[in-house]
Design a protein around this ligand. Structure first.
Ligand SMILES: [Ca+2]
Length: 282
């Protein structure tokens, strides 16, 4: 029976691209070759901004016989069972006046998989390649980032994979402002411990706009070491997935004037000791 043999094919890939905790929201089975119209996730929009998080599972088309929507560590969804040569299309992504950085929330337990960031098709213009470093497990998601060639306007975006990786979401960033280097954000972040107690601390993150133009929204991301967890946060909306954290401005502190700064504060809990995280902001 055709379906049965196809499902067996999927199961045989678990060793390479899956993880023990995986569950299946839906199963996409199809031959390689022409693109298969995907389910588009739960209501994949017709056009999306490149600068707000794009859920990997909310694709428009997929070309793979194995890719599935999987559960992720934070209770959300992502794409798993990815294999070499698979690609996923996100239609009508709006890069605005320009993007030059790609950041993805990914999990991997193999030495190296590349995510090729392309326009229009699997062999279309290559903007850049994210070399995914192992994250310590298929359910351990971290933000990984790469610079890409500048791209502006609305395009169909294709992510093409050279091997297994689990991907939860991705986002593009614009760097620099006037005279900025590609991929270099005009924002910088510093983190400071203000209070510490047994198994906990209060950290303050200050974000500075070093550019010559205002910034209207910001996203800070970092990876904790060990079992550090955020317990409370003020001045940002955050998601922690395993050791990986993404924090976005609250509705009152998104704008940062040139030379200006904003801050947010959070409490952490941990056992043993913790390492001050390095915070990336864009
Ligand atoms: Ca997701």
């Amino acid at each position: 029976m055709g379906v049965h043999s196809a499902v067996s094919g999927v199961i045989s890939t678990i060793y390479y691209s899956g993880r023990a905790e995986v569950y299946r929201n839906n199963l996409i089975i199809g031959p390689s070759g022409p693109q298969q119209p995907g389910p588009g996730g739960p209501g994949a929009p017709g056009s999306r901004s490149a600068f707000t998080n794009i859920e990997a599972e909310q694709y428009n088309q997929v070309n793979s016989s194995t890719i599935q929507t999987i559960g992720t560590a934070n209770g959300g969804s992502g794409l798993g069972y990815i294999e070499n040569g698979d690609y996923v299309t996100y239609s009508n992504i709006d890069f605005g006046s320009g993007a030059n950085r790609f950041t993805a929330l990914v999990a991997s337990d193999v030495p190296s998989t590349n995510i090729e960031i392309r326009l229009n098709g699997p062999y279309g213009t290559l903007l850049g390649t994210l070399q995914v470093d192992p994250t310590g497990g298929w359910n351990n998601y971290t933000n990984q980032s790469t610079t890409i060639n500048n791209v502006s306007g609305v395009h169909d975006l294709v992510l093409r994979f050279t091997g297994p990786v689990n991907i939860d979401s991705f986002v593009f960033g614009a760097g620099g402002g006037n005279g900025g280097q590609p991929g270099q954000s005009q924002l910088s972040a510093t983190v400071e411990e203000t209070v510490q107690w047994g198994g906990g601390a209060t950290l303050v993150v200050t974000i500075v706009n070093n550019g010559t133009t205002p910034v209207d929204d910001w996203t800070a991301s970092w990876n904790f070491a060990g079992n550090t967890r955020i317990t409370e946060c003020w001045g940002a909306q955050y998601i922690q997935s395993g050791s990986s954290v993404v924090a976005r401005n609250d509705n009152y502190n998104g704008r940062i004037e040139p030379g200006g700064s904003v801050y947010f504060v959070f409490n952490i809990s941990y056992s043993g000791s913790y390492i001050m995280p390095t915070i990336t902001v864009q």
